[in-house]
Design a protein around this ligand. Structure first.
Ligand code: FAD
Length: 462
C-alpha cells in the first residue's frame, strides 16, 4: 500500500468507485480503501436512468449492459385508489434500456473492478480507522486490515473523498454534523421471493410501488428471477405492530395480506430469505465539504427510498466532486469556489428530490393515515432549510442546472419520465407551486460557475 496519494477515497460503493474511477481517468493518482471484500450484499437495487450518462462517461456502461441485469422500463404506482406509471425513455437510436434492476453485490463489484482497471489503487478488506488533521484539514488516514487488525498503516493525501456510506467517517466521527429529518422517520423490512408473478401492467421490468394502510411496498424484479419485496412504514407504527403481533415476520406478512397489488404477485411465490430490517431515516450533513475534503453519496445525505434515488445521488455527487477536485488541482479555480459549487449543486439536487418525495406522499388520497400525514414537509423552517425557497428552487432549478450541465437536464427528463399517467404527482407539485410566488429568473450558472466536460471534467467560469 502506498504511503502517500494525491486523492484518497474511503469506500468502494457506487459513490466511491465512480468518484475514484472518474478522477483516475482525469489523470490523478487515486487510492481507494474498502472495508469489505467484494462482492458484498447491499440494498438499493432499483436504478434511475440518470446514472447512465455518468456511468457512460466512466466507461463502465457496456460492462453493466453485458452483465445480464434486469432492464427497468420505469415504475408503476398503486397509490391509494389511484394508479399511474412513469415510463423511462429508452436510450439512443438503438432504443436500449436506460436503467436496470440490479443485484447490488454484482453491480458494485463491476464498478469497483472498473475503477481498478482505469488506474485506481484499490485495496479491499481495509478499513479507515482514524484521520490526522492539519487544523481542520484532513491530511492522513490510519487504516487496519478488517480480518487482521494488527496489520495497520498510514497514508497521506492531498484531497479526501469520504464515500463511506451510512457509516459516514467524517460526518459521524469528526464533524458530528449529520442531522436526521423529522419527516421520513421510517423503517424498511424486506426479503426475496422466487416464482413471483410479473406485474400485468406498466413498463416492462418496472419497480412496483404500492401503498398499504400505514406505508408502502416496493417490488423489484431481479435478474436472478427473485422479487425483492420491501415494506416501508413509520417507525412508531412498526414498533407498535411488532409488539402486538409478536415479531417482524408477522408485521411483514400481515402488510402483504393488506396490499392486494403485492399479494397478487406473490400468490404462487415462496419467500427464500429471512427478512432484513433497516431504519431508513433520512439525513443530511450540515455541510457536504470542508478544507481538503468532500462527502459523497450516503456519507453526505440519504433520502427515503420511495423514488430509488440513492445510487443516483451517489454517482451524481461523484461526478460533481470529480469536477471540483480536478479544477482545483489544475489551478482553474480556488478550492473555496469549487467546494461552494459542489455544496450548492449537490444540496439542491438533494432538496429537489426531497420535495419530490414529499409531494408523492402528499398526493396520496388516504390522508387519514398517520403515515402519509407524517411524510409532509411543512412550510416552516425545516432543518434550517426554507421549504418555500426549496419549492421555488425545485421548479427553477431544472432550468438553472440546465446550463450547469447537459447531464442534469437528461437526469431530470429521465427521472420524471416522458409519459405519465393522469395522476402524475408532478402535476400536484405544479399545483402547489401555482399558489406561490412566481419563480425568479433562472440563473445561467451557479455563482458564475458551471460544470463542463471539455477539455476535462471541471468547473468553469461562465
Ligand atoms: P455504500 O453503497 O453504502 O458504500 C459505502 C462503502 O464504504 C461500503 O462498501 C462500506 O463497506 C465502505 N466503508 C464504510 N466505512 C468504511 C471505512 N471506515 N473504511 C473503508 N471502507 C468503508 N438506492 C437506489 O438507488 N435504489 C433503490 O431501490 C434503493 N433502495 C433502498 C432501500 C432501502 C431500505 C435503503 C436503506 C436504501 C436504498 N437505496 C436505494 C439507497 C442506496 O442503498 C444507497 O443510497 C447507496 O448504496 C449509496 O451508495 P454509497 O456508495 O454512498 O454507499
Amino acid at each position: 500500500m502506498r504511503a502517500t496519494t494525491q486523492i484518497l477515497v474511503i469506500g468502494g460503493g457506487p459513490a466511491g468507485s465512480t468518484a475514484a474511477g472518474l478522477l483516475a481517468k482525469e489523470g490523478f493518482e487515486v487510492t481507494l480503501l474498502e472495508r469489505d471484500h467484494f462482492p458484498r450484499y447491499h440494498i438499493g437495487e432499483s436504478l434511475l436512468p440518470s446514472c447512465r450518462p455518468i456511468l457512460e462517461r466512466l466507461g463502465v456502461w457496456d460492462k453493466i449492459a453485458a452483465a445480464g441485469f434486469q432492464p427497468k422500463g420505469g415504475a408503476y404506482y398503486f397509490w391509494g385508489p389511484e394508479e399511474w406509471e412513469v415510463r423511462f425513455r429508452p436510450h439512443g437510436r438503438d432504443g436500449s434500456t436506460s436503467a436496470w434492476q440490479v443485484i447490488r453485490a454484482d453491480f458494485d463489484k463491476i464498478l469497483l473492478d472498473h475503477a481498478r482497471e482505469v488506474g485506481v489503487d484499490v485495496t479491499e478488506g481495509i478499513a479507515v480507522k482514524k484521520l490526522d488533521f492539519d487544523g481542520d484539514r484532513p491530511v492522513a488516514a490510519h487504516w487496519a486490515e478488517a480480518k487482521n487488525p494488527a496489520n495497520t498503516g498510514r497514508i497521506e493525501f492531498d484531497y479526501l473523498v469520504d464515500a463511506s456510506g451510512r457509516g459516514g467517517v467524517m460526518a459521524t466521527k469528526y464533524l458530528k454534523n449529520r442531522k436526521f429529518h423529522n419527516v421520513f422517520r421510517n423503517v424498511a423490512a424486506w426479503s426475496y421471493w422466487k416464482d413471483a408473478k410479473e406485474l400485468d401492467r406498466g413498463p416492462s421490468g418496472a419497480i412496483t410501488v404500492a401503498s398499504v394502510g400505514d406505508g408502502w411496498f416496493w417490488g423489484i424484479p431481479l435478474p436472478d428471477g427473485t422479487l425483492s419485496v420491501g415494506l416501508v412504514t413509520g417507525r412508531d407504527s412498526f414498533n407498535a405492530a411488532r409488539n402486538e403481533l409478536g415479531g417482524v415476520d408477522p408485521v411483514y406478512h400481515k402488510a402483504i395480506g393488506d396490499c392486494p397489488a403485492i399479494q397478487q404477485l406473490l400468490v404462487e411465490a415462496e419467500q427464500v430469505t429471512e427478512i432484513k430490517v433497516e431504519q431508513d431515516y433520512s439525513y443530511a450533513a450540515e455541510q457536504f465539504q470542508g478544507p481538503g475534503f468532500l462527502l459523497a453519496g450516503d456519507a453526505a445525505c440519504f433520502l427515503d427510498p420511495l423514488l430509488s434515488t440513492g445510487v443516483h445521488l451517489g454517482t451524481y455527487s461523484a461526478l460533481i466532486g470529480t469536477a471540483a477536485i480536478g479544477s482545483v488541482i489544475r489551478g482553474e479555480i480556488s478550492e473555496t469556489e469549487a467546494w461552494d459549487f459542489y455544496e450548492v449543486v449537490y444540496r439542491r439536487a438533494y432538496e429537489r428530490l426531497l420535495v419530490l418525495v414529499s409531494t408523492f406522499y402528499e398526493s396520496y388520497r388516504g390522508k387519514e393515515h398517520h403515515f402519509f400525514r407524517a411524510q409532509q414537509l411543512s412550510e416552516k423552517d425545516w432543518m434550517g432549510m426554507d421549504v418555500q425557497a426549496a419549492f421555488d428552487r425545485f421548479v427553477t432549478g431544472i432550468a438553472d442546472l440546465e446550463d450547469t450541465e447537459e447531464v442534469y437536464r437528461r437526469i431530470q427528463g429521465h427521472l420524471l419520465g416522458d409519459e405519465s399517467g393522469k395522476h402524475n404527482p408532478l402535476d400536484n407539485l405544479n399545483r402547489v407551486h401555482e399558489h406561490k410566488q412566481a419563480p425568479e429568473k433562472p440563473e445561467k450558472a451557479i455563482n458564475g460557475l458551471y460544470l463542463s466536460y471539455e477539455p476535462q471534467i471541471g468547473i468553469r467560469r461562465a
